[in-house]
Design a protein around this ligand. Sequence first.
Ligand SMILES: NC(=O)c1ccc[n+]([C@@H]2O[C@H](COP(=O)([O-])OP(=O)(O)OC[C@H]3O[C@@H](n4cnc5c(N)ncnc54)[C@H](O)[C@@H]3O)[C@@H](O)[C@H]2O)c1
Length: 295
Amino acid sequence: MNRREERSRELREHYRGTVALVTGAASGIGRALATELVARGATVVVADIDREGVVAVASRLEQAAGGVDAVPTRALPAVLDVTNADDVAELVARTARDHAGIDFVFNNAGIGVGGPVADLTLAHWRRVLDVNLWGVINGVQAAYPAMVAQGHGHIVNTASLSGLLPSPMLVPYSTSKHAVVGLSVGLRMEAAGRGVKVTVVCPGVIETPLLDKRNPDDLPPVGSPDIRAMLTRLVGRPYPAASLATDVLDGVARNRAIIVTPFHARRAWALYRASPGLLIDRGAARMRGALRPSS
Ligand SMILES: NC(=O)c1ccc[n+]([C@@H]2O[C@H](COP(=O)([O-])OP(=O)(O)OC[C@H]3O[C@@H](n4cnc5c(N)ncnc54)[C@H](O)[C@@H]3O)[C@@H](O)[C@H]2O)c1
């Protein structure tokens, strides 16, 4: 085995026999993370608000795994609304109790809310902050003290490239994701002395059902953007969720602070850091053209 193969094996072994909780695991990135965790030998609590989805994903993973080598692997479904702090705390506590500890919590559940800010209502802002930001806060407040008490653990929060860059037409979403980045990097510095690791994941455009969703149906209708078309044009072609999951689990095993992937996301972030004013002014000029009423 050469050095590279040896390192790749070590990164996979990092998860063997561990216990992980993944929110938003019925679909897209969460499902891909749960699948890759099970493939690497972890026991995974597959949590989502979508009851049918979690049951289907957990039973598929359970069948596919059937134990990795001699280590029994399990995928356990849990119906969970991440906006309910009591339920999040209860699930984290139950998982830690049932498995004598909890090694990883992936606060991944999220929704997209967009449209021109002038057309949005406070309900649009509240909904996206409730799920994308408070969902993560609830996960952190439930997991972090338990991890401090057990002396180890790794919290992995899914933000977005939109948490690092300006995202017109997705301003509430981008606001929630900037907050998740701030929460994660600050907590990482604080948590290091308590034996707990924190990583924030900032994916670019990933091939999941989110790209084709519009704002939640119960919110007042606004002209919400075609997210797939807009992000593909501005950032790059969608990257497979399974490849993202591999990048994330390898990055977490390396204890990276911020995981920005795929390449199109790293390129956009590098351009922004090199000259934020230029990128914002160019973006504003493009938006002026795009939003000008046609006569
Ligand atoms: N797809 C992308 O291009 C992309 C890019 C960057 C970041 N992200 C982020 O990745 C995460 C996962 O998104 P995805 O692309 O897999 O979307 P997805 O829509 O495929 O999956 C999101 C999952 O979250 C669940 N969910 C929604 N609200 C919930 C709640 N209140 N409680 C529990 N579960 C809830 C949904 O039922 C769904 O199963 C989100 O945080 C999203 O913002 C996605």
